[in-house]
Write a protein that binds this ligand. Structure first.
Ligand SMILES: Nc1ncnc2c1ncn2[C@@H]1O[C@H](COP(=O)(O)OP(=O)(O)O)[C@@H](O)[C@H]1O
Ligand SMILES: [Mg+2]
Length: 266
């Protein structure tokens, strides 16, 4: 609301979450949450279990409707597009629990992620117009780039179910990257990874950001990872934002410390 006449010189942040509230019956899962994400940053989203992190992700990918507040992406309200239009707007995500086709190969899984993005219509696909062939060729090239970036070349033909968990998680990354998002939402990418794999994930996140010029919003329980990789950290507790700042500021925040000590004591 009321943003139309805003100073034309200031470009809006990539993501602007403003007073978002979500209720489930008597539970307020998000309570007037506001924060901004600048393009090119890695932003960590932390908070104890039940804090509202996944609910926020579900609002950002339009899986949940929010009753109050506004989310703008590049200055445009998310509610202007249909939920299935989110990918074409430039928002990609991974899921807390893997959402892969387990009996298909790595390459097929990555490729399928791209089919939600291709712009040519059903009819031109059916007629195999040159535009479709060009698009398929581009997609194929892009699949190979993503596979190389994620170091999945040696397992590209392997069926996903036969791969270790950490590698499967990289395939899910590939599926999100193939949609060429500007903003990548990652829900607990370190969940289930061993120490060595977490180190590799950290390198991968930095590489994705620098090579693809991506902005990343990262929900993660692994504090060491979040604090080392993030430019900015937003902390939630019981649906409310309790801190927003640099990793050092958020780590030193009294409410954050209390929320985590409380969660451990419970
Ligand atoms: N679909 C839903 N229906 C009812 N309650 C929900 C639903 N999704 C989340 N909640 C509730 O909202 C709160 C926040 O949950 P969630 O966003 O999953 O937290 P987090 O991801 O931070 O652990 C919790 O109290 C949870 O029980
Ligand atoms: Mg969650």
């Amino acid at each position: 609301m009321g943003r139309v006449g805003i100073d034309a010189r200031s470009t809006p942040p990539l993501l602007d979450v403003s007073d978002v509230t979500v209720r489930f019956g008597g539970i307020t899962a998000l309570d007037k949450v506001s924060f901004q994400v600048e393009a090119g940053k890695i932003v960590g989203l932390i908070g104890p279990n039940g804090a509202g992190k996944t609910t926020l992700f579900n609002c950002l990918s339009r899986l949940y409707e929010f009753s109050e507040g506004r989310i703008a992406f590049e200055g445009r309200s998310l509610t202007e597009v249909q939920p299935h239009g989110i990918a074409s707007m430039g928002i990609g995500r991974t899921f807390q629990n893997l959402a892969l086709f387990r009996t298909m190969s790595v390459r097929q899984n990555v490729m399928l992620g791209g089919h939600s993005r291709t712009s040519t219509g059903y009819l031109s696909n059916a007629l195999r117009l040159p535009s479709v062939r060009r698009e398929e060729q581009r997609l194929r090239e892009h699949v190979e780039q993503v596979i190389e970036l994620l170091e999945l070349g040696s397992v590209a033909e392997t069926v996903v179910a036969d791969l270790p968990f950490g590698t499967q998680k990289r395939v899910e990354f590939g599926r999100a990257l193939i949609t060429q998002p500007k903003l990548l939402l990652l829900d607990e990418p370190a969940g289930g990874l061993n120490h060595e794999e977490v180190g590799a994930l950290m390198d991968l996140l930095r590489r994705i950001r620098s090579e693809l010029k991506l902005t990343i919003l990262l929900v993660e329980h692994h504090m060491n990872l979040v604090m080392r990789v993030s430019d900015q950290v937003v902390a939630l507790n019981f649906g409310r934002k309790i801190a927003d700042g640099t990793p050092a500021e958020v780590q030193a925040n009294a409410e954050v410390i209390k929320a985590y000590l409380g969660a451990e004591a419970a």
